[in-house]
Write a protein that binds this ligand. Sequence first.
Ligand code: COA
Length: 200
Amino acid sequence: MNAAVGNDVVDLTDPAIGRHHENERFVARVCSEDERLRVSTARDLWSLFAANEAAYKALVKLGGAPGFGHRTLRVAPDLASIAWGDRRLALVVTGDGDHVHAVAWIGGGRPIARVARAGASGRGESEDARGVLRDLVAEAIGCAAGELEVVRDRVAGAWDGFGPPRVVRAGAPVDADVSLSHDGGLVAAAALFGAERIDS
Ligand SMILES: CC(C)(COP(=O)(O)OP(=O)(O)OC[C@H]1O[C@@H](n2cnc3c(N)ncnc32)[C@H](O)[C@@H]1OP(=O)(O)O)[C@@H](O)C(=O)NCCC(=O)NCCS
């Protein structure tokens, strides 16, 4: 069995994205034809966008990924699953008035996830997101967050030179696949346990 999780948070208070749902070209880039019919609000659009990004982050770890191809991913109308080719990921999209948060996963159990305001570490969003992830995993496995480290290995050809994040405790990998996201004033993390048999 392969198992992987991806998550994506979108800060809906960002004025730069508030009207994108009225921009037909942008909507057409993000959504399949069927999905376009479901977009009438910013939340509708960014829920689909976050679902695609979350699925992308999971799929890339399983050795396949759509690349810059939002439209090749199909989000179910009930936002409970997302498909790419013959792969189908479970999906949960949550959020309040301020944000949407998507978690997509395949295999494993049910992921745990959390969204928080940025600023806790005083060292930027990346570090804030890592703090949320460490807390989440520490609570789940019953250790102190300080025992956990979030690492990204160097990967030649990766878009930023590094592979996906993973969690290490005393030098040993924790049996969870994980995902980070940050946008605007928000950070988010997700963890899927029982994910030790990832292909890549
Ligand atoms: C990699 C990508 C998904 C990151 O998403 P983003 O919305 O820009 O940024 P987010 O804050 O949500 O996520 C960033 C985090 O993703 C994680 N990440 C980076 N590369 C990753 C990968 N290959 N797989 C999984 N997670 C990855 C990192 O932890 C990163 O945080 P960090 O820089 O603090 O370590 C995105 O930039 C990308 O390359 N997209 C291109 C593919 C595409 O078009 N996808 C749309 C769906 S088809």
